[in-house]
Design a protein around this ligand. Structure first.
Ligand code: GAL
Length: 673
């Protein structure tokens, strides 16, 4: 992000995707009336409107959009104007069939759905540039437009393209990255399995292969795909910027994204926005929501961000689409706010009668305004007005969690020591431990400045560059506390095992390397003896080669019986802990408590399931409390609950499932935000 910018709006942003082209003109009038009733002040329009805006190549029809934007503006509703590049019209693919995406197994993606054309298609790139230019020229000065929404969820449903143009772009990308074939051959280790390349044109895409493809090649392919998608974004953003200086965003998918390295993407947008949907099979999906929100804020450098999409109730694309229970949506939305969102938007305003998403919830459901969902949506609109003064305040965290998309890409390739070790599962387990202890966290890139944090947690850092290893080691030497999870520091940026063995980049900090992995069989369990208790574990043990670390926990049973499992090492002025197994959230507790003590972190003491989040404003703090428990609880706090105006003197009583946003006086109002 070049610098923090924000759409010109009063208060917090509230609204959703609005697709009025699916409805007759009379319905628009009802829509804006109900939007006003619900407190909506921002809608995203035009995201899927290409076929309506350019019915034939070069023939633009913006008349309906003009009428719509005028209507919205007359009703005080601002517009986040979409560019429709995610859904090129039927005529486009008819005219340019070679712009269709070709999948890994050679399937040519057909029309009649949605999704990205080939990011490498010249015709596609030219067409999106023209459309963005036309829209920007036409609407740059429209008073309703406060922000631009380029594309939709890059990389979803398809990001990769294995067609011939993409392969040609890949070969050029590799030439830019490596300069010489010698460098490429060395980086990819092509001496293995006789893959040595003698000509750039021989380097094909890692599509269907007899057995697994070279993992370094696949890692570069992920980087290449990410770069290609970002190039497409920049084409549109730059076209818009020729005419408009209003903020440009594209909606990320934080922890659910695969093709996009959001540390890079966040630098390219003016304001970060994110989509999040609860994963129904997970009974604690609100923990995943919190993770996603913290990650979104973090990639944006801690600046306020916009929740661009979430659902008022059930989605339609999971196996069992679970409706939100009364009050759940309010808890969800306020958790996003507590973790830094200054805007809450939904997919979508009015439920679609036709098409693939007719069973997806909306702000205005098929049942109409006399419905629980619309009443809750209207209540939330009021809530956001009531708490608007927290806009611009910041989340402050003492703990950093390392998150790296390159490590995710490399970690989840094939032929790893155990399928049981998954990046997202490990990230969630450590995050959930911190969440249950009500400890605020930022996510950081492994090469970021860590000096502001008392504790750095690396749940899963399989790919860790030598410079990231140096960064973490320096952090510890200078007095930081580090907690590292198993299967970390294994490979470099080319997915090659580090010289010096497993964990070599962290050897000085952790006082160990790992000699051999000892994964468990499916369903097999063992334990770790730690501080007089036996902590159950599974999936992973290992043979640690101590190099100064103190053994704090030992495997009991399983393939690692008697070997070190948990260690602590003093390095310089700091301490580094290592957990050489796949602890679940419960088993992590005993270790985390000691790590917190080392780092001087004092958990809030809130009962588990009472989530508290603090946003720091210029003169006040705002404490957002969300009670996920099925029982009433209370919180020690003094201030004003902005949601109902009540004065709280010492104790806030929070019924089961309820929320509060408490403005708290700061003793030192000028003090560091
Ligand atoms: C999102 C997408 C929306 C809508 C929504 C349904 O991923 O951006 O357009 O499809 O899912 O949950």
């Amino acid at each position: 992000m070049t610098e923090y910018s924000w759409p010109a709006l009063d208060g917090l942003a509230y609204g959703g995707d609005y697709n009025p082209e699916q409805w007759s003109r009379e319905v628009w009038d009802e829509d804006v009336a109900l939007m006003r009733e619900a407190g909506v002040n921002l809608v995203s329009v035009g995201i899927f409107s290409w076929a309506m805006l350019e019915p034939k190549e070069g023939l633009y029809d913006f008349s309906w959009m003009d009428e719509l934007l005028d209507l919205l503006h007359a009703n005080g509703i601002a517009v986040d104007l979409g560019t429709p590049s995610v859904s090129p019209p039927a005529w486009f693919f008819h005219m340019y069939p070679e712009s269709r995406v070709i999948t890994k197994d050679g399937t040519v993606m057909g029309f009649g759905s949605r999704g990205m054309a080939s990011h490498a298609s010249t015709e596609y790139r030219e067409a999106i540039a023209r459309m963005a230019t036309e829209l920007a020229r036409h609407y740059a000065d429209h008073p309703a437009v406060v922000m631009w929404h380029v594309h939709n969820e890059y990389g979803v449903p398809v990001g990769e393209d294995f067609g011939p143009r993409s392969v040609a772009a890949w070969q050029q990308w590799l030439q830019r990255r490596y300069g010489t074939l010698e460098a490429l051959n060395a980086a990819w280790g092509t001496a293995f399995w006789g893959q040595r390349y003698g000509d750039w044109e021989h380097v094909v895409a890692p599509a269907a292969t007899p057995t697994i493809a070279n993992p370094a090649m696949k890692l570069d392919w992920a980087r290449f795909t990410d770069d290609q998608l970002r190039e497409c974004f920049r084409i549109e953003r730059d076209a818009i910027r020729q005419y408009s200086d209003k903020p440009v965003t594209t909606n990320f998918m934080a922890h659910q994204s695969w093709n996009t390295d959001l540390w890079k993407w966040a630098k390219d947008v003016d304001v970060v926005s994110d989509d999040h949907y609860l994963w129904s099979p997970d009974p604690d999906a609100h923990v995943g929501l919190a993770l996603s929100a913290d990650l979104t804020r973090s990639v944006g450098g801690g600046n306020p961000w916009i929740l661009m999409e979430h659902s008022s109730s059930a989605v339609n694309w999971q196996g069992r689409n679970i409706a939100k229970r009364p009050g759940e949506e309010r808890r969800n939305a306020l958790t996003h706010v507590g973790r830094g969102a200054d805007g809450i938007l939904f997919f979508q305003w009015r439920a679609s009668r036709s098409g693939a998403e007719k069973f997806h919830s909306a702000m205005l459901p098929h049942a109409g305004k006399n419905s629980r969902v619309f009443r809750e949506v209207t209540q939330l609109g009021q809530d956001l007005k009531d708490i608007a003064e927290l806009r611009g305040s910041r989340v402050v965290a003492d703990v950093a969690v390392l998150y790296d998309w390159e490590s995710l890409w490399a970690h989840d390739l094939e032929w790893r020591p155990s399928d049981d070790m998954q990046f997202r599962e490990r990230m969630r387990a450590y995050y959930e431990r911190l969440w249950r202890d009500d400890v605020a966290v930022d996510f950081v890139h492994p090469e970021a400045d860590l000096s502001a944090y008392r504790l750095v947690v690396a749940p899963t850092s399989y790919l860790l560059t030598a410079s990231a290893g140096h960064n973490l080691t320096t952090y510890v030497a200078e007095g930081g506390t580090l907690l590292v999870g198993a299967f970390s520091g294994i490979v470099n940026e080319n997915d090659a095992v580090h010289e010096g063995g497993f964990g070599a980049p962290l050897k000085d900090a952790l006082g160990l390397t790992v000699e051999e992995f000892l994964p468990l069989r499916e369903g097999e369990t063992c334990a770790v003896s730690f501080d007089g208790t036996q902590l159950p574990t599974d999936a992973w043990a290992e043979d640690i080669a101590l190099a100064g670390a103190e053994v704090r926990g030992t495997f009991v049973g399983g393939p690692g019986a008697g070997l070190p499992a948990v260690t602590r090492h003093t390095h310089g002025k700091g301490a580094a802990w290592y957990v050489g197994t796949r602890f679940g959230v419960e088993s992590l507790k005993a270790v985390a408590d000691q790590v917190y003590a080392d780092a001087g972190i004092v958990p809030s003491g809130a009962p588990e399931g009472l989530e508290t989040m603090t946003r720091r404003g210029a003169t006040h703090d705002f404490v957002i409390a969300v009670n996920h428990r099925e029982t009433d609880t209370s919180l020690s706090i003094t201030g004003t609950n902005l949601l109902d105006g009540a004065t709280i003197e010492g104790q806030l009583h929070l019924p089961a499932g309820d929320v509060a946003v408490v403005r708290v006086a700061r003793e030192n109002p000028g003090g560091g935000a």
